[in-house]
Ligand binder design. Structure first.
Ligand SMILES: Cc1cc2nc3c(=O)[nH]c(=O)nc-3n(C[C@H](O)[C@H](O)[C@H](O)COP(=O)(O)OP(=O)(O)OC[C@H]3O[C@@H](n4cnc5c(N)ncnc54)[C@H](O)[C@@H]3O)c2cc1C
Length: 395
């Protein structure tokens, strides 16, 4: 179910496994995705997919000073390429891997679990039967059962692709996080911290996005819009032309799905968004092959397993203990970060990016094995200033 990046990734792998796949989505898989996805180039290089980047920046930086003094304006150079997918090429490459699989344009209304199989009921009145259903319909899915959490933190962002009276970032630069806060008044400084995510698209076009990493309740679009304007005003930059606006809102700490359900999920619906960064596409590409392979092996077992038994194997393949522990650590980290005020958060990130590149990159991409992740988190604790240490232990 679905036609977003998660559905296309997993459908492609199921087809490669030789499974008999039926794909359903409310919209055609050919329809351009509404979001543009960013990723560290190294993540794609390890998958030999870096040719799918439309943009690639060498000059990647962040700012964690207060912006008030010369010292407070100094940037941290990341020395790691960042890129944006060529959306069309990415979508096309996944569809090509689906070997002509045809999507039924259907909105799923209900899923009924029988003893041996699962029925998918669509708004059109059509009904489909499956050994197992994989819900890749995004984080808003009503079908995947998960423990209750009434305090879901959301990443929120408001961005503009446009032209400006002066460059909002350096030429050819990508800015991951500009936390400089000298455009905020005393009252605003007490509110949830936000940062600028920005890039130069060339030909005088830039993308600037005011972002709240995660907060409950989410930072409103009006607040983000106002902050972006005052940030630009403070630097004497006027918006000359808006080519495209982006409103972004998605959950960061959605609880992991329950395992005792006869349904599987992949992508936003399976809580696969990295709880500490909000990124997911690299994880989809890395995790889809193993998930598809283990599910294909389970489907081949004789006598045939029912949907519930297949789902049990599928959940274990998608969320093995190692990944669950890592996820819990990230969620713990996110909880701590959300309690930080603006100045403490700047100090935290400034320490974080003092870690060796392999460590911070592995943390952000979720590619560090559990023992290494624990060591990196401890290292961070030791190098962080006392104010951040206290925040990390909840003081
Ligand atoms: C604005 C924005 C920017 C983001 N940027 C990045 C980024 O730069 N890098 C990154 O790694 N992550 C990013 N993310 C996070 C994450 O990667 C995206 O949210 C991603 O789109 C989630 O993919 P998905 O396929 O799980 O769900 P979606 O992209 O939401 O796709 C869901 C699909 O399911 C279909 N569907 C929904 N309900 C039904 C139904 N009942 N029946 C049938 N079909 C249904 C929809 O039509 C759609 O095709 C971003 C998120 C947002 C919101």
């Amino acid at each position: 179910m679905g036609a977003g990046p998660a559905a296309l990734c997993i459908a492609a792998e199921f087809v490669q496994q030789g499974l008999n796949v039926k794909a359903l989505a409310s919209n055609s898989p050919e329809k351009p995705w509404p979001n543009t996805y960013g990723i560290w180039a190294k993540e794609l290089e390890s998958l030999e997919m870096e040719a799918l980047l439309a943009y690639r920046w060498r000059n990647t930086a962040s700012y964690f000073g207060d912006g008030l003094t010369q010292e407070g304006c100094v940037s941290v150079k990341h020395d790691l390429d960042y890129g944006l997918f060529d959306q069309e090429a990415f979508q096309r490459s996944l569809l090509d891997k689906c070997n002509g699989l045809v999507w039924q344009i259907e909105t799923v209304e209900n899923i009924v679990f029988n003893d041996l199989n699962t029925e998918v009921l669509c708004i059109s009145g059509n009904k489909y039967l499956a050994r197992i259903v994989v819900d890749a319909s995004g984080h808003k899915t009503p079908f995947v059962l998960r423990p209750d959490n009434s305090h879901i933190a959301q990443q929120a962002a408001y961005g503009i692709v446009g032209k400006f009276s002066a460059p909002p970032v350096e030429k050819n630069q990508f800015v991951l996080m500009d936390f400089r806060s000298n455009h905020l008044n005393a009252e605003e400084l007490k509110g949830p911290p936000t940062f600028l995510y920005a890039m130069d698209f060339g030909e005088d076009v830039y993308f600037v996005e005011e972002t709240s990493l995660a907060f409950y309740p989410p930072v409103s679009c009006e607040t983000l819009k106002k902050r972006l304007k005052s940030r630009l005003d403070r630097r004497g930059i006027e918006i000359k032309e808006i080519i495209h606006e982006e409103n972004c809102l998605f959950p960061m700490n959605l609880p992991l799905p329950k395992r005792n359900q006869a349904l599987l999920a992949f992508g936003g619906s399976a809580s696969m968004v990295h709880p500490a960064s909000g990124y997911m596409v690299g994880a989809l590409l890395r995790r889809a092959p193993k998930f598809a392979n283990e599910l294909a092996n389970a489907i081949a077992i004789q006598p045939p397993l029912n949907s519930l038994s297949l789902a049990e194997i599928g959940w274990e393949a998608l969320w093995p203990k190692e990944l669950v522990y890592r996820h819990n650590l990230y969620q713990f980290g996110l909880d701590r970060l959300m309690s930080f005020d603006e100045a403490r958060l700047r100090l935290f990130f400034s320490s974080f990016f003092k870690l060796p590149k392999e460590d911070w990159f592995g943390f952000l991409a979720n590619t560090l094995p559990l023992p290494r992740l624990l060591i990196v988190m401890l290292k961070l604790f030791f190098i962080a200033p006392i104010n951040v240490k206290l925040g990390m232990i909840g003081l």
